[in-house]
Write a protein that binds this ligand. Structure first.
Ligand code: HEM
Length: 309
């Protein structure tokens, strides 16, 4: 029986906090001492964070990069790669940058204060063992809108299909776990808003008002790059993306997706950046990522074993 981290499938709270950490900064111990000391400490902080989230009703998903997963003794799923920058090949210079970190804590809840305190306690306790490489605070906008004004999530799998789409099947290494893609996309909203409604709809491939799929898809539409294909070249994923707005005026979409195979996520990104020889996804004229990492969220029993090991 698959026993995934339940928060992957839980109804999202209004507020989200993504904290990405890596090992290394702020200690003068020798390398071997550092590693052993780090691992024991990371285990204990994660156990505490899980229990804090349970007590406060915060949805928490814990994802590991390849090396930390291995160092904590987790089952290594097939074909788990780090995120390498993806460059377009049409001379536009557009790219999806890779910033692979080691640990992702994704918290969401109706209460921003609860999330703030819990992630603050976790990162403070990890200081000297792991440093915060990046973080993003996001929110649900209207009826699940992206800041372009389009509904985001219409093409997601039905609830009864989610496990099949998002979880490594039983009998495979890492069963019940899920591959995660986490990217912070930065929008040129001014540029986007200068397009007519009709052009925006052609760029996405759906109507803005109610997300109806356009019968005719342009070869540059987003849907033409990410929809499941009959030959199986592009397959389904489960998305949980939300918008963010930073102090300096930067806005965009925090793209968060789950899959049973990492290759599916890689293929979708290659397709958006025209690496299959097709035109690039029109969205990449108006939005590109400032960060990108792959993680693996082990099943709940695996996570427990890793954290007591
Ligand atoms: C700026 C970044 C992005 C924006 C604003 C965006 C927006 C959208 C919108 C508005 C839709 C149509 C409604 C829906 O089905 O949810 C959609 C569909 C979809 N997007 Fe994106 N998206 C972005 C990035 C990505 C990335 C990076 C991937 C994959 C790696 C992706 C995969 C998908 C998939 C699989 C669908 C569903 C297609 C279907 O109907 O089967 N998107 N996206």
């Amino acid at each position: 029986m698959n026993n995934p981290q339940a928060s992957i499938f839980a109804e999202m709270g209004q507020h989200q906090w993504y904290v990405h950490l890596s090992r290394g900064a702020g200690t003068d111990l020798g390398q071997n001492d550092l590693e052993q000391n780090d691992l024991a400490h990371i285990r204990s902080v994660l156990r505490q964070t899980i229990s804090d989230c349970e007590a406060k009703g915060i949805n928490l998903v814990v994802g590991f990069g390849r090396e930390l997963l291995a160092d904590l003794g987790g089952d290594m799923p097939e074909d788990f790669q780090k995120f390498e920058t993806i460059s377009s090949i049409d001379g536009s210079g557009k790219e999806a940058i890779g910033t692979q970190e080691e640990l992702l804590l994704w918290m969401n809840s109706p209460r921003l204060d609860d999330i703030w305190k819990t992630q603050y306690d976790a990162r403070s306790a990890l200081a000297g063992h792991m440093y915060v490489a990046r973080e993003t605070i996001t929110f649900i906008y209207g009826n699940s809108l992206d800041m372009t004004g389009f509904i985001d999530g219409t093409g997601n799998p039905k609830p009864e299909e989610e496990h099949q789409v998002a979880l490594v099947p039983q009998g495979e290494a890492g069963e019940g776990g899920s591959f995660i893609l986490a990217q912070r996309w930065v929008h040129d909203l001014e540029g986007w808003n200068q397009m007519s409604l009709g052009d925006q709809e052609k760029a996405i491939g759906r109507t803005k008002a109610d997300s109806t799929r356009l019968e005719h898809q342009e070869d540059y539409s987003h849907l033409a790059h990410v929809e499941e294909t009959e030959d199986g070249r592009l397959d389904e994923i489960m998305r949980r993306s939300t918008p963010y707005a930073l102090h300096d005026g930067t806005v965009g979409l925090y793209f968060m997706a789950f899959s049973r195979k990492q290759e599916i996520l890689r293929n979708l990104l290659d397709s958006m950046y025209g690496r299959d020889g097709q035109p690039r996804d029109k969205l990449t004229d108006f939005s590109n990522p400032a960060s990108g990492s792959y993680y693996f969220a082990p099943s709940t029993p695996q996570l427990q074993t890793m954290l007591t090991g």
